[in-house]
Design a protein around this ligand. Structure first.
Ligand SMILES: Cc1cc2nc3c(=O)[nH]c(=O)nc-3n(C[C@H](O)[C@H](O)[C@H](O)COP(=O)(O)OP(=O)(O)OC[C@H]3O[C@@H](n4cnc5c(N)ncnc54)[C@H](O)[C@@H]3O)c2cc1C
Length: 150
């Protein structure tokens, strides 16, 4: 087994085979400005993210986080991409404290899901953000891109 195959196999050992993409045709769909990664990983917990990043660092692999991919082709082309770290499975609302107007969510949840949750509480609360692709943009991607309005 070549070293380039070995490190992808190690990723499967960390998060399970079904959560690692290495098929070249599928990888094209995760390209950043035309540059395809060597693998896509979809961790299911913060602990798995931590393990993946520690491993990628030990192997000196480049990692690009990804939300829903609505703005992955707008400049800032990386020199190389080994891994796309998809955050879509890390998408829970972890705390909603209505009296204190406090909501805690994980990075991969979409803004649409957050707005639905707030609307469902029936207190007229909403997050005053209006990025493009509101129904798909994730909270992690919005914060990373410092989105305020369209
Ligand atoms: C170049 C660019 C221009 C934009 N222009 C506008 C604009 O004019 N008006 C406006 O309202 N919004 C703008 N945005 C924000 C954008 O529309 C979305 O709000 C945001 O990108 C979220 O979408 P997404 O979840 O699909 O993220 P993606 O498209 O998947 O990712 C967007 C960026 O955020 C990073 N990222 C995603 N998730 C995470 C995470 N969990 N942790 C760390 N980094 C992460 C990605 O690496 C990538 O660089 C822009 C974003 C970018 C990148």
């Amino acid at each position: 087994m070549s070293h380039s195959t070995q490190w992808v196999s190690a990723l499967k050992g960390i998060i399970g085979e079904t959560n690692v993409i290495q098929d070249p045709d599928q990888l094209k769909g995760y390209a950043v400005d035309g540059l395809a990664p060597r693998a896509v990983v979809s961790p299911g917990s913060v602990e798995e993210v931590s393990k993946l990043l520690a491993y990628a660092h030990s192997e000196k692999r480049t990692v690009v986080p990804r939300g829903n991919g609505t703005k992955m082709a707008a400049g800032g082309i990386p020199g190389k991409i080994d891994l796309i770290l998809s955050m879509l499975r890390i998408n829970r609302i972890t705390e909603h404290d209505i009296p204190n107007l406090s909501l805690s969510v994980e990075a991969g949840i979409t803004l649409l899901e957050v707005q639905k949750k707030l609307a469902g509480a029936g207190k007229g609360s909403f997050l005053p953000l209006d990025p493009p692709y509101t129904e798909r943009a994730t909270i992690g991607g919005i914060i990373a891109a410092s989105t305020t309005t369209t």
